[in-house]
Design a protein around this ligand. Structure first.
Ligand SMILES: NC(=O)c1ccc[n+]([C@@H]2O[C@H](COP(=O)([O-])OP(=O)(O)OC[C@H]3O[C@@H](n4cnc5c(N)ncnc54)[C@H](O)[C@@H]3O)[C@@H](O)[C@H]2O)c1
Length: 312
């Protein structure tokens, strides 16, 4: 079935790869991003250029047609901009919304917590309202493995409760899941939340450890190793994440699940059309092995500053 799909955050890492796969697939694609300067905007422009969007021709709240793909347009817009988001949803009539725009990053949420509330809560609210009033058939949105917070039971399971976040970023993502459930329940909007686990790959985010470590090694600087190196992380290659998203977009949206019992409420499903998936985990890599791999690839050893602080 041919669909009109809104992909938010598509000047970003995962959104860019998703759009690159979706164009030419028969669907009509609208990409949206405010191109904020959380990291180098030239990287965002470069991603847009890869899909035929002329980054010199961008204006706020104005569509730019891809010069490579007929079925793809981009709009520079802030999801916090309620009026223009309302207008966009009304005029475009999307079938599916894939919402990836967010203030990402765990560490940065200590430095600038307000942006997380603005982009991830206020912005998400505007997306939900757009879905509510415009008969969206499926809202797929990015959550994060960060929601597992203090949980130590492995592997992380969507069946476990995630009520102990350890960063405002994680709290904002958990809030998105709660908000989505409310809208699925109240208005019957089918929603699927995807918990991503440290995604890596080309055109990746420079704030992520593999870029920061590599840069430090090349520049002969030391690196901070959190929790004395005693940490494990799951990594997912971006193409695998994109394959997961496309599979979900192409399959039936969730329906209310009759096997959900209010007396024993499993967190990942509901009697409302709501579900949560982990996208790619269960093969954790030890932090020191990870650093060793970067050392091997660069042919250099790095000085490690062991820190007590742990992120998630
Ligand atoms: N990359 C990962 O490892 C990872 C892991 C877990 C969850 N996630 C989630 O996946 C999604 C995509 O992550 P990413 O790695 O591509 O991040 P990214 O920062 O590269 O992409 C996010 C994009 O959203 C845009 N954006 C932010 N706030 C916006 C706003 N208010 N209005 C419009 N656009 C806005 C940014 O400009 C950026 O281009 C995010 O929701 C993130 O929280 C990512």
């Amino acid at each position: 079935m041919i669909m009109k799909i809104l992909v938010t955050g598509n000047a970003g890492f995962i959104g860019f790869h998703l759009v690159k796969k979706l164009v030419n697939s028969g669907h009509e694609i609208v990409g949206l991003d405010n191109i904020n300067n959380y990291y180098d905007i030239d990287l965002k422009f470069g991603r847009l250029e890869q899909t035929g969007i002329d980054s010199k021709n961008l204006g706020y709240n104005r569509f730019v047609q891809s010069n490579e793909y007929m079925d793809y347009r981009f709009i520079k817009l802030n999801i916090e901009d309620r009026g223009n988001i309302e207008n966009l949803f009304e005029t475009e009539g999307f079938d599916v919304v894939c919402h990836l725009a967010a203030q990402a990053g765990v560490r940065y949420s200590l430095k600038d917590p307000h942006t997380y509330i603005q982009s991830n809560i206020v912005g998400f609210m505007n997306i939900l309202e757009g879905c509510r009033h415009n008969n969206i058939k499926h809202l797929v949105y990015a959550s994060s493995s960060s929601v597992y917070g203090l949980n130590t039971k492995m592997p992380f399971s969507t069946q476990d409760n995630v009520d102990h976040p350890v960063s405002l970023y994680a709290a904002s993502k958990k809030s998105n899941e709660l908000m989505a459930h409310t809208y699925s329940h109240l208005y019957g909007i089918p929603t699927t939340g995807l918990r991503f686990f440290t995604v890596y790959g080309p055109w990746g985010r420079p704030d992520m450890a593999y870029f920061k470590f590599t840069k430090a090694i090349i520049e002969d600087r030391s690196i901070d190793v959190y929790n004395y190196g005693n940490m494990e992380r799951d990594f997912t290659y971006v193409d695998d994440v994109v394959a997961g998203i496309i599979k979900i977009i192409g399959s039936e949206p969730p329906e209310g699940n009759n096997e959900w019992y209010s007396e024993e409420p499993v967190p990942s499903i509901s009697k409302a059309p709501y579900r949560i998936y982990n996208i790619g985990n269960n093969r954790p890599v030890n932090l020191m092995d990870f650093i060793g791999a970067v050392e091997k690839a660069t042919g250099k050893e790095v000085k490690k500053e062991l820190q007590a602080y742990a992120t998630r």
